[in-house]
Unconditional design. Structure first.
Length: 117
């Protein structure tokens, strides 16, 4: 648990610095990772808030938006909202294919399989 706390502190610093220098892509990634930490800890509402902020900052960058959609899908799946989770994973796969992010496509495809089983 300590590692998550330390990671969150570093991510909050990254968000702060990125915001000050206008590095939206870095801020989006840091917000997505904060969302992932909260989703993994079962704090879905807080995780969704971070993911929403990340989506705004990603501003159309398919690679980042694909990753955000995958984390959102994980959260929805954890909440037994499988139909919505699959939609989110589908979005992740579509965006991942557009930017040729094969690893993201494979990851999200595997997560869809977990929802369907």
């Amino acid at each position: 648990m300590r590692a998550y706390g330390e990671a969150a502190v570093s991510l909050h610093r990254a968000v702060d610095v990125a915001g000050r220098i206008g590095a939206n892509a870095i801020a989006a990634t840091a917000h997505r990772e904060l969302g992932f930490v909260d989703v993994q800890a079962g704090r879905r509402e807080r995780g969704e808030a971070w993911l929403s902020q990340a989506s705004v900052e990603a501003a159309g960058a398919d690679e980042e938006l694909a990753s955000i959609a995958a984390v959102r899908g994980m959260s929805l799946s954890d909440a037994a909202r499988y139909e919505e989770a699959i939609e989110s994973f589908d979005e992740s796969i579509e965006r991942g294919r557009r930017c040729e992010h094969r690893r993201q496509v494979a990851f999200s495809s595997a997560l869809i399989g977990a929802c369907i089983c």
